[in-house]
Design a protein around this ligand. Structure first.
Ligand code: G3P
Ligand code: CA
Length: 274
């Protein structure tokens, strides 16, 4: 083979070898793995914050499910989103004014679909016992200002099951109440924590991100606040982001394309790779 032919063959070979890497670089690096987080369980398909919704999340192969924890009048950690039971059960009244026995009597499934009649309000402990090791659990401490001591109780439930050990990984605790997040972090520093941010036009400043980074692992804003620049800034401060709440496929695709770390969704099938 003369020198010219050898050169042409080498260039051709090199271009074949390098092509796949060039393509992935052009697309912004290797394929991006995003955590698929079922919001209040797979709540598009089953009544939110019930075992049926958590089972569905597991069955749909979500990486995590999210839940909302509050406290009954007699101090039990119960899973329900609203301050009152009115929307998601057949009862009325404030969660914190009802005993566990009273809460447990309520039907938490029929409002969603008669097929779910008889679903009960679960406790945090029941959810931890049933799902730990099978799927990640993103625990939102809801309205902690109404339930003094709730952080300590959540920490105790995790510790009792060794879920505070880093190797047991897939537990994250978050809240809109950042004092509560800090309090929990002081109690169990080995469990990753996140700050939730409600929608606001002014965005999130670097000063805030710097403060969050002192204790938080995640900054989780309303999805409508999240663009590529915010994701980059959160990453630059060494944190991750799992925006909420996705209810259409286009939005799931948009968030993936801007490289968020996780997507909180009522429909886990919208997030799976397509
Ligand atoms: O995971 C975040 C999301 O759950 C926060 O909003 O109102 O559904 O609890 P909300
Ligand atoms: Ca929530």
């Amino acid at each position: 083979m003369n020198l010219k032919r050898l050169l042409v063959v080498t260039v051709l070979l090199l271009s074949v070898l390098v092509a796949p890497f060039a393509n992935s670089a052009a697309a912004g690096g290797p394929p991006h793995k995003v955590m698929n987080i079922a919001h209040r369980g797979a709540s598009g398909y089953a009544p939110e914050n019930t075992m049926a919704a958590f089972d569905k999340a597991l069955q749909m192969k979500a990486d995590y499910f999210e839940l909302d924890v509050q406290m009954s009048k007699d101090g039990k950690l119960v899973l329900i989103h609203d301050v009152t039971v009115d929307r998601t059960t057949d009862g009325t009244g404030r969660v914190g004014d009802l005993t566990f026995k009273e809460l447990r009597r309520l039907d938490a499934g029929s409002w969603f679909d008669p097929a779910f009649a008889g679903e009960r309000i679960p406790t945090l402990e029941e959810a931890l016992d049933r799902y730990r090791g099978k799927i990640g659990i993103l625990i939102e401490i809801k309205n902690p200002e109404l339930y003094p001591g709730i952080e300590r109780k959540v920490a105790k439930a995790l510790k009792k099951r060794n879920l505070h050990k880093p190797r047991n990984g897939k537990i994250i605790v978050q809240s809109f109440n950042h004092d509560s997040v800090k309090k929990f972090h002081r109690l169990l520093p080995s469990v990753p924590v996140g700050v939730l941010i409600s929608y606001r036009d002014e965005g999130i400043s670097d000063k805030e991100l710097r403060n969050f980074a002192k204790y938080a692992d995640y900054v989780n804003p309303n999805k409508d606040m999240v663009d590529r620049s915010l994701v980059k800034r959160i990453h630059r401060f060494g944190m991750k982001t799992t925006p909420w709440t996705v209810r259409d496929r286009a939005e799931a695709d948009r968030l993936k394309s801007i490289r968020v770390d996780g997507i909180v969704t009522d429909y886990p099938d919208y997030v799976h790779p397509r």
